[in-house]
Design a protein around this ligand. Structure first.
Ligand code: F6P
Length: 364
């Protein structure tokens, strides 16, 4: 190709700019033109495309977020455009508008940085014969086809620091501190940060937990003379026989007392059912903000250069991936098969258990 377009789709994460810099610099070095598409696929739908020159990507390696902007509600095949007389959303296939933008700007290939949703959105373009290369991003580390996504290691670092900090205040007050981390329906952030931050209990979606076992763990620790218990819980963690988790304030919920994240719910239950005081901390978007850690800058640089190289080598419909310790590439359609979750035999789960960390699935 002579001119490539690049976009960032879905939720942002640290390291996106490292990839944009790398894709662009490698392309410029190879004599290609680069166009940045604003706000993910929305920029193609709305024809917001701008040139990326050397100066535009210089100095952005360590910047959080994305200089192009992103959107996670812009699937060209199913785009929400207005409402009908009854207030229902009107869904439209607007891929034709994207093809118009692609033609107008002379884009001969696309590099899409995103998670499973973005890879799925890229399918119609790949099918239409436009070479497309995906680069897997997300703090959740849950993209099928790659063992690592950039952004994950930064999020783990932030969550680890939070766990370190709550340790001292939990000790002072003799409390159980519940730290809720992100990850959708995967527990990668909770597991890794939980181990790094010395959590006594790690609750992940892949291992359903019982609140009784969590409370037993707190009591068991108190008998040992440990005043504090630190619980690291993934936002998607599943409580056995538990309440339904409501992530947003829902005024129509029949049981408003249970509104809030799972971290709040667990802290409230500990308060109610044990003599130990508990508090919850929800880290939220703090995990997605700020500067990427060195590992994410390095991974982003490798992924970006690999994406451009794949196009130069004539590949299409591939997603850059990290498999067995090196950069490779897989079918771009792989992420559409679901979410990569922690396997039952994950060695880190075993190592954590070996250090008396529990997962709430059995008594301590
Ligand atoms: O996929 C990244 C992620 O941060 C998840 O961990 C989280 O569930 C979700 O995005 C939050 O999305 P939003 O930024 O739209 O609230």
């Amino acid at each position: 190709p002579k001119r490539i377009g690049v976009l960032t789709g879905g939720g942002d994460c640290p390291g996106l700019n490292a990839v944009l810099r790398s894709v662009t610099k490698h392309a410029l070095q190879a004599g290609l033109d680069v166009r940045g598409i604003e706000d993910g696929f929305l920029g193609l739908i709305e024809n917001r495309v701008r040139e990326l020159r050397y100066d535009d990507v210089s100095g952005i390696l360590k910047l959080g977020g994305t200089i192009l902007g992103t959107s996670n509600k812009a699937n060209p095949e199913k785009f929400a455009e207005g409402t009908d007389a009854d207030g229902n959303v009107i869904w439209k296939d607007v891929t034709d508008r994207c093809f118009q933008s692609i033609e107008e700007h002379g884009l001969e290939a696309l590099v899409v940085l995103g998670g499973d949703g973005t890879m799925i959105c890229a399918q119609p373009f790949a099918k239409a014969g436009i070479p497309v290369i995906g680069v897997p991003k997300t703090i959740d580390n849950d993209v099928i086809g790659t063992e690592l996504t950039f952004g994950f290691q930064s999020a783990v670092e932030i969550a680890t620091e939070a766990l370190d900090r709550v340790h001292t205040t939990a000790e002072s007050h003799g409390r159980a501190l519940v730290v809720e981390v992100m990850g959708r329906n995967a527990g990668w952030i909770a597991l890794r940060a939980g181990v790094a931050g010395g959590a006594d209990c790690i609750l992940v979606p892949e291992i359903p937990f019982s609140i009784d076992h969590v409370i037993e763990q707190i009591e068991w620790r108190r008998k040992l003379g440990r005043r504090a218990t630190i619980i690291c819980i993934a936002e998607g963690a599943t409580m056995i026989g538990g309440h339904q988790v409501v992530h947003a304030i829902d005024p129509t919920s029949p049981d408003p007392i249970k509104l809030g994240g799972i971290g709040e719910i667990v802290a409230n239950l500990i308060d109610e059912r044990s003599p130990v005081e508990s508090r919850a901390v929800t880290l939220g978007h703090v995990q997605r903000g700020g500067s990427p850690v060195a590992n994410d800058r390095v991974l982003g640089t490798q992924f970006g250069a690999a994406a451009t190289q794949l196009l130069l080598d004539g590949h299409t419909n591939r997603m850059v991936a990290w498999v067995e310790g090196r950069v490779t590439h897989v079918d771009i359609a792989d992420p559409a098969h679901g979410q990569r979750t922690i396997p039952a035999d994950d060695p880190l789960v075993a190592a954590a258990r070996a250090c008396y960390t529990t997962f709430g699935d059995e008594p301590p």
